[in-house]
Design a protein around this ligand. Structure first.
Ligand SMILES: Cc1ncc(COP(=O)(O)O)c(C=O)c1O
Length: 375
C-alpha cells in the first residue's frame, strides 16, 4: 500500500531532533525556524518532555474518559494558572480542527443559534465545520458546504456590526492569523468585537492554536488587547508534537453530561506531554525569553534590505519579500539548511522557531538569510 499523496513534501528525511535542530539520514543538520508548523514549542526532544512522557507510558498510556483522571485536573489547573484563565474550564481533544469543531458546537448549544462570523484569510482546519470557517474554497468538498459562516474583512468592525443579528452564535477569529500570512488583528478591533458580541448575545471564540502557548510573548496573543474571549481554542505548541488540543470555556457556559466527547482526548499520555510543555515553559521562563529573542530578531530583520513588510509578534513573524518566496525558501533549505514556513500569500515567509531559540541560532539564521540574497 502507498500513502495517499496529499502533501507536497521536501526531499528530506529527518531522523533526529534536539532543541532548534533536526538531522537527516546522512547526518546533515538543519536549523528549524518552522517548528514543524508552529508545533515545536519547547524544542525537539526536550529531556524533561522525554522523561515525563516515558514515565507516564510505563505507568499507564491510555484509559478512556469513563474513569477518574487526576492528570487531566493537574493539566487544567496548571494551564489555568499559567494562562491567567483560572476560572475557565477545559475540554481536551486531539487536534486543532477538533478544538474548533467543539468550540463552535459549544457556542451553538449555549446560544441556541447556528451562524458564525469569520474573517477573510482565516485558517481554522480541515474538518467539516472548521474547513468552511477557513477561507480557502478549494479545500471545501460538496459535503462540507453550508451557509452557516459569514465572512468579513479582518479589522472591519462596521462589517461585523452589520452581520451580527439574532442568528449569530459566535464570532471566530485567530489571535494572529497564521496560514493567512501573519495578519494581526488590531487591539482596539478585538476590544470592540468583544463588546459587540456581548451586546448581541453572541460568543467570541479566539483561535490560539498557532498564536498561543507563549509564541507571541504573552501566553495568548489576544492578551495584548486585554479581552477575555468566551472560548479559546488551543493545540499545536500545547503538546510539542504529541497530538493534543483543547477548548478553554468561560464559566458562564455550563457543561452537561454527553455534551461533548472523544475517545482519545485527554488520555494519560497526552496530558503528560501537555504538562511537560507547561513545566518547561515555566521553569525556563520561555515567555520572557520569547520577548527578549523576539526583540533581537525584529531589530535585525528591520535592518535587512528588500523586505517589503514584517508582521507579527514575538516569535510569530511574517516577512513579505519583493517576489515569490518559494525559490528563496528552497535555497534557504537546500543551500543553507534552514527551515522556514510559507503562507497563503506567495511572497510571504513565516518564522515559527522553537520558543527557546538561542542568540547564536538567530545569528546562524540571519547569516543564512543574507547569503540567500535578501539583504
Ligand atoms: C489557527 C489554526 N487553527 C486551526 C488549525 C488546525 O489545526 P490541526 O491541523 O491540528 O487540525 C491550524 C493549523 O494550522 C491553525 O493554524
Amino acid at each position: 500500500m502507498k500513502m495517499f499523496d496529499v502533501y507536497p513534501r521536501y526531499d528530506i528525511d529527518p531522523v533526529r531532533g534536539l532543541g532548534s535542530w533536526i538531522w537527516d539520514q546522512e547526518g546533515q543538520k538543519y536549523l528549524d525556524f518552522y517548528g514543524g508548523h508552529a508545533v515545536i514549542s519547547i524544542g525537539h526532544s526536550h529531556p524533561h518532555y522525554i522523561d515525563r512522557v516515558q514515565y507516564q507510558l510505563r505507568q499507564l498510556g491510555f484509559y478512556s474518559n469513563s474513569v477518574q483522571m487526576p492528570i487531566q485536573d493537574e493539566l487544567s489547573q496548571k494551564l489555568g494558572e499559567m494562562s491567567g484563565y483560572t476560572d475557565y474550564e477545559l475540554f481536551l481533544c486531539n487536534s486543532g480542527a477538533e478544538a474548533i469543531e467543539n468550540a463552535l458546537k459549544v457556542a451553538s448549544f449555549h446560544t441556541k443559534r447556528s451562524k458564525t462570523i469569520v474573517f477573510e484569510n482565516a485558517f481554522h482546519g480541515r474538518t467539516s465545520l472548521a474547513v468552511t470557517a477557513t477561507d480557502t474554497t478549494k479545500l471545501i468538498a460538496p459535503i462540507n458546504q453550508n451557509d452557516r459562516f459569514i465572512r468579513v474583512k479582518l479589522n472591519d468592525l462596521e462589517a461585523v456590526a452589520q452581520c451580527l443579528d439574532a442568528s449569530v452564535a459566535a464570532v471566530l477569529i485567530e489571535g494572529i492569523q497564521g496560514v493567512g500570512g501573519i495578519q494581526v488583528p488590531d487591539d482596539a478591533f478585538l476590544k470592540e468585537l468583544k463588546l459587540l458580541c456581548k451586546q448581541n448575545g453572541s460568543l467570541l471564540i479566539v483561535d490560539e492554536i498557532q498564536s498561543g502557548y507563549g509564541r507571541t510573548g504573552k501566553f495568548f496573543a489576544h492578551q495584548y488587547a486585554q479581552v477575555e474571549p468566551d472560548l479559546i481554542t488551543i493545540a499545536k505548541g500545547m503538546g510539542n508534537g504529541f497530538p493534543i488540543g483543547g477548548v478553554l470555556i468561560h464559566p458562564d457556559i455550563k457543561a452537561w453530561s454527553g455534551m461533548l466527547g472523544t475517545t482519545f482526548g485527554g488520555n494519560h499520555l497526552a496530558c503528560a506531554a501537555g504538562l511537560a510543555v507547561l513545566e518547561v515553559i515555566e521553569s525556563e521562563e520561555l515567555i520572557n525569553h520569547v520577548n527578549f529573542m523576539g526583540d533581537l530578531l525584529w531589530k535585525a530583520l528591520g535592518s535587512l534590505e528588500n523586505l517589503v513588510q514584517i508582521r507579527g509578534r514575538g516569535l510569530m513573524i511574517g516577512l513579505d519579500l519583493t517576489g515569490d518566496s518559494k525559490p528563496f525558501r528552497h535555497s534557504l533549505l537546500e543551500e543553507q539548511h534552514v527551515f522556514v514556513g510559507s503562507a497563503a500569500q506567495s511572497n510571504t515567509v513565516r518564522l515559527l522557531p522553537p520558543l527557546g531559540v538561542s542568540q547564536e541560532e538567530l545569528v546562524v539564521f540571519l547569516e543564512a538569510f543574507k547569503k540567500v540574497g535578501y539583504a
